[in-house]
Design a protein around this ligand. Structure first.
Ligand code: GH3
Ligand code: MG
Ligand code: MG
Ligand code: MG
Ligand code: MG
Length: 304
C-alpha cells in the first residue's frame, strides 16, 4: 500500500517545492497540504499519515504548538514529524527535537536531502508499524485457546481479578459459572479424539453465542469452561447456566461426526455478593465445589 504524507507550511511556494520534489519519487500515494498547525492537526486526526513535514514558524498555530498537540494524542504520537527550520537556527532545532520532532530539514532545503530524510523516517515508521502489529498478534495469541478460539485461562484470570475487585469495590454482583462436560472421556473413547475436539469447539461456540457482550467465556481446562457474568445475581446466573444446559442437551453433533451423541454438561455457580471481600480464587473454588456437587448428584444439572 502506498504511503501518505502531510506537508504543513504557511508558504504555498514551499509546499509546492516539497510536493514537486516528492512527486519525483514513488514513495507516496497520498499528499495532503495544510497552511498552519491547526489545519495540519485536524488533517492528521482525520487521516493516518506515515510522515509529516512541518514548518516551525507559521502565523496562526506554529510548529511547536503542533508538536505539543500531536504528543498529547496517542494515535498521532508515532507519526514521525520532520521539521523545517532556518539554516542558522540551532536552538530551534534542538527545541523541536526535544519536543518530539524526529528530524529536521533546513530551509532553503536541498531536494535530495529532503528525500533522503523522508525515506529514513518512512523506514522507521514501517518497522514500528510491523512491531506494533506483531505485538498485538502476540498478545492475542497468548490470551486465546487455540482449539476453540475462546479466551484461555490466562486471560480469564486477568479478567476475573479485575472484575472481582471491581465488584467488591462497587457492591455490584458478579457471578461465575463453571461448566464441565459430562463423561467426556467416553466421547473420546467412542468417537475418537478428533471428534472430541470438534465437540469441544461446538460447545465453546454455543457458550460464546449465548453470552452478552460484556460477559466472558473462557476455556479453563480440557473440557471445562468458565463464564464470568458481571452485574448478575446468583439466581440470574443459575438461569443462564440452566439455559446452556438445556441447549447443550439438544445439540446435534451430526456435523462433528457423532450423529447419535447426546452430550450433557454440569455447572456450578458462585457469586460475589455486595459487601463481601473475596478473591478470584475464592470464587473459582466456590463454583468448583458447586460443580462437584452437580456431578455427585447425577450430572446434567446446575448447582448454585
Ligand atoms: P465427568 O463427567 O466426571 O466430568 O467425566 P469426564 O470423562 O468428562 O471427566 P474426566 O476428567 O475423567 O475426563 C476428561 C477428558 O477430557 C479426558 C481428556 O482426555 C479429555 N480432554 C481434555 N482435553 C481435551 C482436548 O483438548 N481434546 C479432546 N478430544 N479431549 C480432551
Ligand atoms: Mg513559515
Ligand atoms: Mg473430571
Ligand atoms: Mg467432564
Ligand atoms: Mg473436567
Amino acid at each position: 500500500m502506498g504511503h501518505s504524507i502531510l506537508i504543513i507550511d504557511d508558504s504555498a511556494l514551499v509546499r509546492q517545492q516539497i510536493l514537486t520534489t516528492l512527486r519525483k519519487t514513488t514513495l507516496f500515494e497520498t499528499y495532503h497540504e495544510a497552511a498552519d498547525g491547526m489545519e495540519g492537526f485536524k488533517a492528521a486526526l482525520n487521516q493516518a499519515f506515515d510522515v509529516i513535514v512541518c514548518d516551525l514558524e507559521m502565523p496562526g498555530m506554529d510548529g511547536f504548538k503542533f508538536l505539543a498537540m500531536r504528543n498529547a494524542r496517542g494515535e498521532l504520537k508515532d507519526v514521525p514529524v520532520i521539521m523545517l527550520t532556518g539554516r542558522e537556527d540551532l536552538e530551534t532545532k534542538i527545541r523541536g527535537l526535544d519536543q518530539g520532532a524526529s528530524d529536521y530539514v533546513t530551509k532553503p532545503f536541498d531536494p535530495a536531502e529532503l528525500m533522503a530524510r523522508v525515506r529514513v523516517q518512512l523506514k522507521i515508521k514501517t518497522l514500528q508499524d510491523a512491531l506494533k502489529k506483531s505485538n498485538q498478534l502476540l498478545l492475542q495469541l497468548s490470551n486465546t485457546d487455540p482449539l476453540t478460539s475462546l479466551h484461555n485461562r490466562r486471560y480469564l484470570m486477568d479478567t476475573l481479578d479485575r472484575e472481582v475487585e471491581r465488584s467488591c469495590r462497587t457492591d455490584i454482583h458478579l457471578s461465575l459459572v463453571m461448566v464441565d462436560i459430562d463423561h467426556f472421556k467416553r466421547v473420546n473413547d467412542t468417537y475418537g479424539h478428533q471428534v472430541g475436539d470438534a465437540v469441544l469447539v461446538a460447545v465453546a461456540a454455543l457458550l460464546q453465542g449465548q453470552l452478552r457482550p460484556y460477559d466472558t467465556a473462557a476455556r479453563f481446562g480440557g473440557e471445562e469452561f468458565v463464564l464470568v457474568l458481571p452485574s448478575t445475581e446468583l439466581a440470574a446466573a443459575g438461569a443462564v447456566a440452566e439455559r446452556l444446559r438445556k441447549l447443550t442437551a439438544n445439540l446435534s453433533f451430526a456435523r462433528e461426526g457423532a450423529p447419535d451423541l447426546v452430550l450433557t454438561i454440569s455447572a456450578g455457580v458462585a457469586v460475589v455478593s455486595p459487601g463481601s471481600s473475596v478473591h478470584a480464587d475464592d470464587l473459582i473454588r466456590q463454583a468448583d465445589t458447586a460443580l462437584y456437587r452437580a456431578k455427585q448428584d447425577g450430572r446434567n444439572r446446575v448447582v448454585l
